[in-house]
Structures are given as C-alpha cells and as structure tokens.
Design a protein around this ligand. Sequence first.
Ligand code: MN
Length: 309
Amino acid sequence: MGLWRWFSVSSDLDFYVNSQYTLFGIPGCGSGIPILGVPVEDTVSFRPGTRFAPGVIRSWSQYFEFTPTEDLGIDVLSKACDLGDLIPLQGAVNANVERIRSVVKEIIGRWGRVVSIGGEHTLSLGIAKAVNDSQGSYGIYVHVDAHMDSRKEWPVGQSLSHATFVRHIVNSVDPQLLLFLGPRVYDKEEISFVRDLDNSMLLLTRDVKLMGSYELRRIIGDSLSSYPGPIHLSIDVDVLDPSIMPGVGNPEGFGLNYGELLRIIRAVLDYGGSRVKAVDLVEYSPPNDPGLMSLPTMVRLILDVLNYL
Ligand SMILES: [Mn+2]
C-alpha cells in the first residue's frame, strides 16, 4: 500500500484495494466490467493455497491469447477493467466478510456489477451481502460447485467457513431462490438442509451430464425468470473434473468437463442479463496445481465469463 493512501483516502475501496498489477494488461478501472482479486483464505479444511490465485493469474495472464471460446473475433478485454486485489486481514473471517461487503457494495454502486477472483469460497457471503445492500434486496443465488457448502458447522464447532457459508447466505440475505448446479458430494445433514428449503433447486453433476443443452438452458432460464431480483453467480472451480482442474483445495472425482460448465455459465448469463450483479470465480489454488496445468482453464473461464456478461 503506497504512502499516498494515508492522505488521499476517501472510501473503503480506495483504502482496502491494492491496484499494483493488472490482469491481461487491461487498464485500471475507469469504465468497463470491474474485476477484483479477493485473496482471502481464512477457513481452509484441507489443502491451503487459494490466497495465491489472483496474483498468479495476474502475472501469467499476459502470456495467453485473449480469445474466448465462442464469438470469433470479439475483444472481450475491451469490456473489462482491473480493480486490483482486496487487502484482507489474516485469519479474520468475519472481519474479511464485512470488508468484502463494504468494498463490493461500493463497486456495484459505481460500476453496476463485479467479477471477483478468489480466494476461498467464504468470500461469496460478503458479496451476497453487498448485492443485498446495493440493490435493496437479494434475488437468486446460483451455486456452481462440487460441494454444497451448506453444513451447519465445519469443522465441528465452527459456524462460518467455506463449507457452511451458504447457510449464512440463507439466513442473512434471504434469497428468493437458490440454484445448486453441479454438486456431487455432501453429508447427510446438509443435503437435508438444502432439500428442506422451500426455494432451492438442485441439479447434481450427474443430472447436468445427462441433460441435453436445450433442456439445461430451459430449466435454468425458467428458474431465473420465476423471480425478478438480482442474480449472484458463484463458481467454485472444483465443480470441474480434477483431470482438468487439479489445482483446488478439495478435489472430487467425476466432475464436469469445461464444455458442461460453459453451458451452465452461458445459460445463467444469457437469461440473467443485466440482473447479474456479481460473478465469483473461487477456489483456484496454485500451490496444489502441478505445473500450473489448471491455469489455462482458469484464464479461459475469466475470458468466457467476460464474453457472456
Ligand atoms: Mn467446492
């Protein structure tokens, strides 16, 4: 953090964000879709390392072609700008959630939406609160993840963590609808919790794989059209198969392939349109990524999200 900040600070966004490096060489934020790095990692239960993701993605991104999967010839980077990284506290999960809430509320207020790169998944609670604060209400939470993150406590005795934060979203911002897309592992207690919600819909990894593209789009489109509120899309990259995304803290076998994930993202962003206020890309973990072999997929994911936004 430069010394100038001590006498030019006017807001949490100025104070808590470090904009030293830029993603893909895109400019710092004047206009465009803002991208924010959120290198928080306070509640790891297995393999640590997600805090390094924004920095590694930033430094390597300049060496890739900036081409999305669809729409030949489009320059997606012209739509985006780089806010830099949020400066987190170390190990203070509740304080970090509130810091994310405050900074992201300001970002959505100023730019209308945000793309966040994690960091661990608990950051999505702060973003859900920011969406709620900035829009006056919270609409639809779309959870794309191998896990449900809906436990009551994890580890035992800990209320807020990457494995429980969805329950905190339910309790704190009262979503109109929760869409769980791509889970394939869960414990008994959390699947009961999710099934007992009267406003949840669940498509397991197996369901997504068995569905045709049209059917999947129709289900997602119909669900998003059922409620009018803002949409928050939260993607844990461990929803992908470990063969293409080994760089995660909690890998689970038989995951989605990239095309299957892309169909989900495209459907949510096509049907959600301007109602989509936040997209979170979380849980990439460079120290767990042999030879950084997941990095081309992470970079592609960012470019494809920008393309469909
Ligand atoms: Mn997960």
